[in-house]
Ligand binder design. Structure first.
Ligand code: 5RP
Length: 224
């Protein structure tokens, strides 16, 4: 296993220690969330009563493979604990998410959760948000106009592709990765982006994370 994966594994497994019997868990998306989901699966197989909702089709599939009971959102009153990765996190626990393309579902689940634990390796813990391109989910209708609006705002957007084709999210939308280098006013930018017709949601998560677990390659973790 590579060094970064060891760090992700350490963080993901540590987060699972916060799970208590009877909880409804939000399952994040990505290579760090993968390790948390594997651990949740082990807890279920050991007999811990749990239910979960997933933030992507990929995570739902993995959860089902692991035997984790996935419930529909109509059955959910509240989510007790959301465990998810991030592309960047700053000292105020503000995040950039969406590198894996699941930001919209991830934000809906985070907003419905009593607590959100963010799990990362140390490379994601940054002084200023913005070096990682900010994902912005947009609807396909007239996407070129939305793209031009973002150019006018100096966002330097790039339409995300995968295998030479336009990347399509689980919600049937596109993603524009926006290049800022340093986001000086995350709250202002969040509002500015979401005010654009055609923008569904952006990858700034400003008020959701309540705990940050940073994993290191030697298997140790720091919980903030
Ligand atoms: C997916 C996400 C992921 O949490 C983020 O991209 C981090 O992924 P990884 O753990 O693979 O580095 O926001 O939309």
């Amino acid at each position: 296993m590579q060094q970064q994966d060891l760090a992700k594994k350490a963080a993901g497994e540590k987060a699972a220690e916060y799970i208590k019997p009877g909880m409804t868990i939000g399952l994040g998306t990505g290579s760090t969330a993968y390790y948390a989901i594997m651990r949740v699966g082990a807890l279920v197989r050991d007999g811990m009563p749990l239910r979960a909702v997933a933030t992507s089709e990929q995570s739902e599939l993995l959860a089902k493979e692991q035997g984790i009971p996935i419930i529909s959102f109509s059955e959910v009153d509240k989510i007790d604990l959301d465990i998810d990765g991030a592309d960047e996190v700053d000292e105020h626990f503000r995040l950039i998410k969406g590198g894996g393309g699941a930001l919209l579902r991830e934000k809906i689940v985070a907003a419905a959760s009593s607590e959100m634990i963010v799990i990362t390796d140390e490379s994601k813990y940054v002084k200023h948000l913005g070096r990682f391109p900010l994902p912005v989910e947009i609807i396909p209708f007239a996407w070129e106009l939305t793209f031009k609006r973002l150019i006018a705002l100096d966002a330097a957007p790039v339409l995300r592709t995968r295998d030479g084709r336009t990347f399509v999210t689980d919600n049937g939308n596109y993603i524009l990765d926006c290049h800022y280098e340093k986001i000086k006013d995350p709250a202002g930018l969040h509002q500015q982006l979401n005010d654009i017709p055609g923008v569904v949601e952006n990858g700034l998560f400003l008020h959701y994370a309540s705990r940050l677990i940073i994993g290191y390659a030697d298997g140790s973790v720091k919980s903030l």
